[in-house]
Structures are given as C-alpha cells and as structure tokens.
Design a protein around this ligand. Structure first.
Ligand code: GLN
Length: 498
C-alpha cells in the first residue's frame, strides 16, 4: 500500500493558509513550520510501520482562539487577552495531540464567543470562503474562523465552541458539518468560559463521518472538569444506545419530527424549499415525518440571553487589568504588586472589552440585581426547565439524565429526531451585518433555531444543503441527550440527500 503523504499534505496546508488567510482572516495564529514538520514526520513514520495512534493520526486541525493552547496565544479575540499565553493545553487539545493530530493554528471568532457573525473581535471580521466576487459575506459566528478554515480546505477539521449556536450557525453559512455534542460529554477544561451551563466544545469537518471520528476521540470523562459526565452515566447512555440500535439486517425507520413552531415567516423561501425537499426524500425512503409542537421554544431566545449574559457578567468579572489586560496602572507597591483601584479597573475594562461585550456585561449584571433577579433570571431558569420537559415529551427515547426513567405510554407517539433549519437564511453580507449591529440586540433573533438544543443540553448537528443560490445553508438535526450514535446515522443519510 502506498504510504500516506502526510508531510507534503501538512506543508501544503500551511502554504495554503499563508496564501488565503490574508483575505479570509480565519487564522489569528499559525503554527511554526518546524514544529508542524516534526509532527507530520512522526505521524508518517507511525503510518509506515503500521502503528498509527488513531484514525486522526497525521490529520490537520485548527483550534478556536478561546480554547487554551500552551504554545500559542489564546486571545478570545479580545484586547483584554491579546498577549495571553496559557500555561497548559486544554483537555481536548491534549486529546487531539495524543491521537496524532497536528494543530495548524488558532482561529478568529467573536469576542469571548459573543456574536453570530464573527465581527465583534479585535482581529476584524472573518470572510466567508463562498463570498461571491461582488462583496464579502459573513462566515457566521462565533466560531467563524474554524468554519471558514474547514470550508476553504485549510485543515481537515477544527474545534469551536457552541454556547447557543456558535458551531452550527457558522457551519451552515460556510457549507460544512458543525456538531454540538450533548452538554458534559466533551471536556470544557481549558475552554475560556462564556456561559458555563451552556458552553460545549464543538467540531467542524467536511463530512459527517469525519465529525464522528473526532467526537469518538474526544468523548471521554475528564476528572479535571466538574461538568464532565461521569462514567456511570456514560455506561447508562451506551446501554440505551445498544438497546435502541436496529437489527443488523434491517434498515431503521426513523420518526422525524418537524417543529411547526419553527415554520416562521422570516425563514427564507430557498431554505424552506430545501427543508421540504429533504423531508420529502426521507418520506420517500419510508421514514415517518411527524409535525410536532414544542411551544416553550418560542421563549428560548429571550431566556437564553438572560442566562448566558448573567453567567458571562460573572465570568468576565475577573478581567480587571491586573492579571490580564491593558496595563493602565502605573503606581505599584514596593513589593512589585499593583494596588487595584476602582478607577484603574474601570479604565482597563473600558479599553480591554469591545462594545458588544460591555453591553452584555451590563445586561447580565442588571438581570442579577435584587430588583430584577426574580423577573428575569429566575424566570428564564423556569423557561429553561420547560424547554427540557418539552423535548423529553416529544422524544421517544428517555433522557438518561432523568433519575426516574419515565417511559412513554406508547413509543409510537414519540420521535427520534427533530429536523429544522439552522438559521433563517444563508449568510448575510458583512456590510449588512455592520448596518444591523447599529440596532443593538436585533441580531440576537438569528439564534432562534439553535438556542433550544443548547438550553436543553441536547446534541445537534448542522448538515450542509445547497439551495439554488451561491451560498450554502444548513439543516439542523437534534436528538435526545446522549443519542449521538443514531444522530450521526441520520445525519449521514441527510448528507447523502442534499
Ligand atoms: N450568538 C449567540 C450569542 O451571541 C451564540 C454564541 C455562542 O454560541 N458562543 O450568545
């Protein structure tokens, strides 16, 4: 068998990054050539001797710039962390390296993950590789750099983070696969927190089976992450997956729910047409299409922004310009330490954070004040519980996280997956995004289809579909908690239809 050309491929990848990144602005830091060469050579040797570390050995990966890497800065696209070089690799990066993957660089994003178009960071906007010649289009956000890097073939795969849609939305705009796993399956150690109860590491690849390979490599309990799912629950999920697997000689008949609450006027006609045609193709293959209602999801966006911003305001309180950020403080104590003053902290935060982040900190802090807490934050938590209950009501499979596994009275009532658009349209042009930004929170509506799965901690994947225009779009498939195995199966099927 011919040896895998790992070294030439890795070097070619680096060359293409240098050529195309000037325009795309997808990478904010690129790995040194020497290091990349050494890793590629080592992977080549392992392949030659028939001892590859994993199916990912020798593949190239980009990593979003809010995931800690010890040899490269992790800026979160914020001036506050412009020079921040972590002392350790995040667990997911360690796992990738241990599987032989080669990290080619760090990718651009919205500042601290706050945004939907990769325009709020201090590195400037990411450009969609599918942009027509006439103008530049958004790559989506907040993990726009990772999505653009995979779409432009600058690496095999990329890591992003998804708090309310930041992997699925850019994947749909850039025509690649974007996968957000169930909350707690992939370690968050070393992911700079935006909103802890929603943050998940996500995966970008050009096809569904590659996303599954990456997921299988990263899906392990991490004792260093308190929110990482323990081994007992992982075993429970595995058992449930084995029980629901169709017999080897039978093609499964999936029950696919179409959330009628998502059929809103704002969804573009091209996107609706692709949605309908994929549903029709699935029905023709013998799968069962069911209209379903998940009424609480109408309140998902407003409650998501309450919870995410409240958590963000608390997470970002640590950036005070003393340990991190622009040094605005001149007077230091004789021992070299710096006395914090409210004024110097305020100046550092004013300088270090961009406009959108400051707006969100203010909103988040307000929702946690004693006069607003009951009306906003607590209310949003109640809506979050309703969203989880609504999903548990429609899925045939029980939620393995519920202690009493209440079985449905009749399995026939339930569905296996939800199929919906990822967003209301294909990528907007960057000039339209800049105009819309002036109107403040208006852009938050674009997260309407992605935040429900985030609020319930469910796995969801964006699969590219090509409409009749130049720009790609994505369909989202959502499954019950821990049902990743079957989710990848149906996503592969949908991928083959579009
Ligand atoms: N657009 C959403 C927000 O700004 C989601 C971002 C994300 O998932 N990181 O909060």
């Amino acid at each position: 068998m011919a040896a895998k050309p790992i070294l030439p491929e890795a070097l070619n990848c680096l060359r293409t990054i240098y050529q195309r990144n000037r325009h795309l602005n997808a990478f904010v830091c690129i790995s040194p050539e020497q290091e990349l060469k050494e890793r590629a050579l080592a992977a080549s040797r392992r392949h030659d001797t028939g001892t590859p570390l994993s199916p990912l050995d020798g593949t190239t990966f980009a990593v979003k710039d809010n995931i800690c890497t010890k040899d490269m800065t992790t800026s979160c696209s914020s001036s506050m962390l412009a020079d921040f070089k972590p002392e350790y690799d995040s667990t997911v990066v360690t796992m990738l390296k241990n599987s032989g993957a080669i990290i080619v660089g760090k990718t651009n994003m919205d500042e601290f993950g706050m945004g939907s178009y990769s325009t709020t960071g201090f590195h400037g906007p990411v450009k969609n590789p599918y942009s027509p010649n006439t103008s530049d289009y958004s790559a989506g956000g907040s993990s726009g750099g990772s999505a653009a890097a995979v779409a432009a073939n600058l690496c095999f795969g990329a890591l992003g983070s998804d708090t309310g849609g930041s992997v699925r939305l850019p994947a749909s705009y850039c025509g690649v696969v974007g996968f957000k796993p169930s909350y707690g399956l992939l370690s968050r150690r070393g992911l700079v927190a935006y909103a802890n109860s929603l943050d998940t590491i996500g995966i970008f690849t050009r096809d569904v089976r590659s996303a599954q390979l990456v997921f299988d490599c990263l899906n392990q309990h991490d004792p260093a992450d308190p929110s990482s799912l323990d081994d007992y629950l992982r075993r429970k999920i595995k058992k449930q997956a084995i029980a629901s697997r169709p017999a080897a000689n039978r093609n499964p008949v999936w029950r696919i729910g179409v959330p009628i609450d998502y059929n809103v006027a704002e969804v573009s006609n091209t996107l609706k047409a692709s949605w309908v045609s994929v549903l029709a193709a699935l029905r023709d293959l013998g799968h069962c299409i069911k209209p379903i209602e998940i009424p609480s999801t109408r309140h998902a966006v407003s409650s998501y922004y309450m919870i995410a911003l409240a958590e963000a305001s608390s997470n970002l309180a640590k950036y005070d310009g003393i340990e991190f950020g622009p040094s605005t403080i001149t007077a230091s104590k004789p021992d070299g330490s710096i006395p914090p003053s409210l004024h110097s902290i305020a100046v550092a935060r004013e300088k270090g954070f961009g406009k959108e982040v400051r707006r969100r900190i203010l909103l988040g802090n307000y929702s946690l004040t004693s006069e607003a807490m009951e009306n906003y934050f607590i209310h949003a938590q109640k809506v979050r519980r309703l969203i989880k209950e609504d999903f548990d009501r429609v899925f045939a499979a029980p939620n393995p996280l519920n202690s009493s596994l209440k079985q449905r009275s009749s399995d026939d009532d339930g569905i296996d997956f939800l199929l919906s658009p990822v967003s209301i349209s294909s990528a907007p042009s960057l000039s339209d995004v800049v105009i819309a930004d002036g109107t403040g929170v208006g852009g938050y509506i674009n997260d309407v289809f992605t935040v429900p799965a985030s609020m319930a901690g469910l796995p969801a994947i964006s699969v590219p579909v090509h409409g009749n225009g130049d720009l790609p779009m994505g369909l989202q498939i959502t499954a019950q908690y821990g049902d990743e195995g079957r989710l990848f199966d149906i996503a592969t099927l949908v991928e083959s239809l579009s």
